[in-house]
Design a binder for this molecule. Structure first.
Ligand SMILES: [Zn+2]
Length: 309
């Protein structure tokens, strides 16, 4: 019988959960506000309550191989501790510094694997396209912030502390803007969904936000925004010379996003002749359960790796 795992995708706004099979199919998809797990109380306990209730409601006791969770946060190298989730705060500090794996395994008795959300999103694509062992794959997700992940063909690039590939926080030159991370001049101060909303509020508040690209893609401020999006992307392309780039996220998926203009900025900054324009562009899957499936597929992969050791 095919194994089943619970996959969870925790975003700054929405919390998604599903029962996932090894082929990536999702059942009992559940979506709620992320506030529900960081209201009053200990966030990890609220999360455990939610998972426990979900297991009971669907009669899944004793049938789960694993739980996989993606957090909008850097995770430690051992993939157990959530470092810093500014979007999931509460009076007790949200998930920051918590050993989520230890707490959940103790409460629920199910092997639990956590990861940065962008890694789990990219993992879904790697599994579906069968890219394991085939070159370098980069994931870029332009959402509230900039999600980023680099897969080197045999594993994610994690770094000494587990926090590698946070390209949304590379600094821009001579900047006077401050980032939610506390540093000055991060790319996210110029190219995140948050900044796009600020631009809309400042320039065209009387219009619908969702029309911003349709109405204003040629404007100086949106051209600068596109250039800001392109700089971290081109930087990473020049460093890694990747085989392919998976690109997605709420900003890219907005109506009339001027994708050609965006890539023209990227190509302007990539080194010639290579990488130049010689990498595949793959749009991230848009189904609502992708993050959930990716989290669970990552958990299945970790179980397989553990079984080999
Ligand atoms: Zn930053």
């Amino acid at each position: 019988m095919s194994k089943k795992a619970i996959g969870i995708d925790i975003g700054g706004t929405n919390f998604r959960m599903g029962l996932v099979s090894e082929d990536g199919s999702v059942e009992y998809f559940y979506k709620a506000s992320s506030r529900e797990i960081c209201d009053n109380g200990e966030a990890v306990e609220l999360l455990a309550d939610k998972i426990e209730l979900y297991i009971q409601e669907h009669g899944m006791q004793g049938q789960l191989s694993a739980i996989g969770i993606g957090f909008p946060s850097p995770i430690d190298a051992a993939r157990k501790v959530v470092y810093n989730c500014p979007n999931l705060q509460n009076s007790t500090g949200g998930f920051d510094g918590r050993n989520v794996v230890h707490s959940l395994q103790q409460r629920l008795g199910i092997p639990t694997f956590i990861n940065k959300d962008a890694c789990n999103l990219l993992w879904y694509e790697i599994e579906m396209h069968k890219w394991k062992g085939s070159g370098i794959t980069i994931g870029f997700y332009y959402g509230t912030g900039i999600g980023n992940s680099v897969y080197l063909g045999n594993g994610f690039l994690d770094g000494k502390h587990g926090v590698a590939c946070d390209v949304g926080h590379i600094p821009f030159y001579l900047s006077d803007r401050y980032c939610t991370c506390g540093n000055r001049g991060c790319a996210e101060c110029y190219a995140s969904g948050r900044v796009l909303r600020d631009i809309w509020q400042e320039h065209w508040p009387e219009e619908e936000f969702t029309d911003i690209f349709r109405n204003h893609s040629d404007s100086k401020v949106i051209q600068e925004y596109l250039e800001g999006m392109a700089i971290p992307m081109a930087t990473e392309i020049n460093i890694f010379d990747p085989d392919r780039i998976v690109v997605g996220g709420g900003v890219m998926d907005m109506k009339d996003f001027p994708e050609k203009m965006f890539w023209d900025y990227v190509y302007e900054f990539t080194r010639k002749p290579f990488p130049g324009t010689d990498f595949a562009i793959v749009h991230a899957s848009k189904e609502p359960g992708v993050g959930v499936a990716g989290s669970a597929l990552y958990a299945f992969e970790q179980l397989r790796l553990k079984g080999k050791n």
